[in-house]
Design a binder for this molecule. Structure first.
Ligand SMILES: [Zn+2]
Length: 320
């Protein structure tokens, strides 16, 4: 037992070492999950003596997990039901209210977050665009839930409208597309999938502001609404990362992480190096060694054709 730690800190430290999340530790030891920020402060300031609860996997490519919250459009309407809002009825454009992002494999306390608290009335999201542009420019790949249709298009729209040049290209892994392609879930929403599949982090519901109330309050610069947005947005990213690690092994169109480092040993999409030989893979007229990741179960294959010249010569193919 470390004598410099309080009893609470020692208990939290032990729970985190056993794999509990910061929120769980807050609930168990401090008896309120809203005390989460206290523990985050302890962790971030090294008060628990352990640098982090997760192992940073430096051999991974730069994979950015991120999520945006956007403002509503302000517009005039003549009523409530089936309104058709013309472009000349728009009072002001939407913009980005907040972002949360983390590098895949980084520690829980390394989630990046920014919002427009204090300046939302200016309707100027430049501070968010600056951060996001740098992150996207640095990323080799990004992971989002529905980001192909929403987040990336929204941020691109804000970039070009504000005079930014395109960030360096990145590959995009969208968990919604994996879910649609591979699984027949009852729902492909992040809330449903993280509830059923994730153990450590699940998408949060709004605690104090229900539905649109949260957005209305943020637009009025309500500090409690921003705090709730921070927790909500952060959990979207933490639960999305966990969801990705659960379903990535099933994605047979997954980008190859090995292209992004000079290392000559195989790195799985989950970050593991531990692969074993597991049967063979066949394509057209070739046979390859197949491998399986011990940690996530993803299959890959080698690139050398194992058939002899004689065998290759003897093979027939279907016509058409
Ligand atoms: Zn793996």
């Amino acid at each position: 037992m470390n004598k410099n730690l309080t009893e609470d800190q020692q208990a939290v430290k032990e729970l985190l070492e056993q794999g509990a999340s910061i929120r769980e530790a807050a609930r168990v030891v401090l008896e309120r999950s809203s005390k989460e920020s206290t523990i985050r402060y302890w962790v971030a300031n090294g008060l628990l003596g352990t640098p982090s609860t997760a192992v940073t996997k430096t051999h991974l490519p730069k994979v950015l997990v991120f999520d945006l919250e956007t403002s509503p459009l302000k517009s005039y309407t003549w009523g409530l039901w089936q309104q058709n809002v013309g472009l000349n009825m728009i009072e002001s454009e939407w913009f980005i209210l907040s972002y949360a992002a983390k590098w895949l494999g980084s520690a829980e306390d390394e989630v990046m977050y920014k919002d427009l608290r204090g300046i939302v009335s200016k309707e100027d999201d430049t501070i968010i665009l600056d951060d996001m542009w740098k992150l996207l420019d640095e990323a080799d790949l990004v992971i989002t839930q529905n980001g192909k249709k929403f987040d990336v298009k929204k941020i691109n729209a804000r970039f070009v409208m504000n005079g930014y040049k395109p960030p360096s290209p990145y590959k995009h892994i969208d968990t919604l597309q994996i879910a649609k392609a591979v699984f027949g879930f009852t729902s492909n929403r992040l809330e449903w999938m993280t509830d059923k599949l994730c153990v450590k982090y699940k998408k949060q519901k709004h605690a104090n502001f229900s539905g649109f109330d949260l957005w209305a309050a943020m637009m009025k610069d309500n500090i409690e609404a921003w705090d709730e947005c921070c927790t909500y947005n952060t959990y979207d990213v933490l639960s999305l990362e966990e969801l990705y690690l659960k379903i990535a092994a099933w994605d047979n169109k997954h980008p190859n992480f090995n292209l992004y480092s000079e290392e000559e040993k195989h790195t799985c999409r989950c970050g593991s190096h531990r692969v074993v030989e597991d049967g063979f893979a066949y394509t057209g007229v070739s046979k390859f060694q197949q491998y399986r990741c011990i940690d996530c179960g993803a299959h890959t294959r080698g690139r050398i054709n194992l058939f002899t010249k004689g065998k290759t010569k003897s093979l027939h193919m279907n016509i058409g």
